[in-house]
Structure formats: structure tokens, C-alpha cells
Ligand binder design. Structure first.
Ligand SMILES: [Zn+2]
Length: 195
């Protein structure tokens, strides 16, 4: 499910430390706000922020899933997308040589197979949970959105976080790196769908 917040007075408040509702924000910089799951964007690098439970499974499960990913799932996923998404992979910048590696189940330099819900958050190796993407926008998802929300939390107990989510298996470069969706138009569209 996506969130539509109340309309935000654009530009107003942000520089004065006010939050979306016009109340003074509880704390300062964007890092601290990210730790509380507060972001100035709803979409980052083409991924929509979606609230999910992040719960670290037991060590045995984590180790087994990582091993399964490395030895079986990543090679199979690379072969699968090379066979079905060649056009999209080329659009993302993957060369003939890169495609050749992928057909052999091997990784391509500069690209990462990302777990949308990380294994340490309870994510599985299902293809629907995987996406191939360039490393810089990949690392931003972790550093700017996921990691801050995990800081100091009891992850074994499970917490709610805003997770960057995409339904795609091959990344598409978006027109804008960060985007705000909670406009009046988006809220109205959601209302129409609910009717
Ligand atoms: Zn990742």
C-alpha cells in the first residue's frame, strides 16, 4: 500500500525546521529525520517508499539464504534477466560483454543484484524480491533510506520501516532521482480508486 499524506506546503517550513503538518519538527537534520523514517521524498531512484515489517531472522536462516543466493539464485537470476530483459539491460548500460557474463550466470562489474527486502530484514531469494541495478543508486537506497531507520533498533523483534520498493527486476533510470508524490492530485486519484 502507498501512503498519501496530507498536502504539504511546499518549501514552507523545511528551512525553519517544521515538519509536514506545520508543527515544529522534533529534530534537526535530514539524517536524524531519516532515522525516524521521515523523508522529503516518496520516490528515490525509481523506488517508492512502502511501509513493511523488517524483522531479522535467526542466524541459521540468514546464513542459508545468503549461501543459496550466492551459489544458486544469483546465477539463475542473472541468466533469467539476460534471457528476458535484454533491451532493458542494454538501456541500463550493460554491454555485449556484460550480457555474455550474465548468460553464464556471472555478475557484471558496476552492477549489483539487490534484495528489495534485505535478507537481514526477513527477505527471501524469490526473484520478485531481486533487482539488478547500478551500484551508486543501489548504495543510496541503503545509506540514505534503509540503514538510518535500523540504527539502534531491536531488529530481531521486528520494526516497521519505509522500504524503497519496485516491482521491476531490471532497474530503469528515472527522470528524477527523488520525487514527492503526495500532491492533492495523487490523494484525489487514490480516493477515486477506493470508491
Ligand atoms: Zn542492496
Amino acid at each position: 500500500m502507498e501512503y498519501i499524506h496530507a498536502k504539504r506546503a511546499r518549501g514552507v517550513g523545511k528551512q525553519y525546521g517544521y515538519n509536514n503538518n506545520g508543527r515544529p519538527a522534533a529534530g534537526g537534520n535530514s539524517r536524524q529525520r531519516a532515522e525516524r523514517g521521515e523523508f522529503d521524498f516518496d520516490v528515490i531512484n525509481g523506488f517508492k517508499l512502502k511501509e513493511v515489517e523488517f524483522k531479522t531472522p535467526g542466524k541459521k536462516t540468514r546464513v542459508a539464504r545468503r549461501e543459496e543466493f550466492k551459489t544458486q539464485v544469483r546465477p539463475a537470476f542473472l541468466k533469467y534477466v539476460a534471457a528476458h530483459y535484454e533491451k532493458e539491460l542494454r538501456a541500463m548500460g550493460i554491454s555485449d560483454k556484460g550480457l555474455e557474463s550474465m548468460r553464464g550466470g556471472r555478475s557484471v562489474n558496476g552492477y549489483n543484484v539487490h534484495h528489495k527486502l534485505p535478507i537481514h530484514g526477513g527477505g527471501t531469494n524469490d526473484f520478485k524480491n531481486l533487482i539488478i541495478m547500478p551500484i551508486p543508486p543501489h548504495d543510496e537506497l541503503h545509506h540514505d533510506v534503509i540503514d538510518p531507520q535500523l540504527k539502534g533498533k531491536d531488529l530481531a523483534a521486528g520494526i516497521k520501516i519505509k522500504l524503497p520498493w519496485s516491482d521491476d527486476m531490471v532497474w530503469k533510470r528515472p527522470a528524477q532521482s527523488r520525487q514527492k508524490l503526495n500532491t492533492v492530485a495523487a490523494a484525489a486519484a487514490l480516493k477515486r480508486r477506493e470508491r
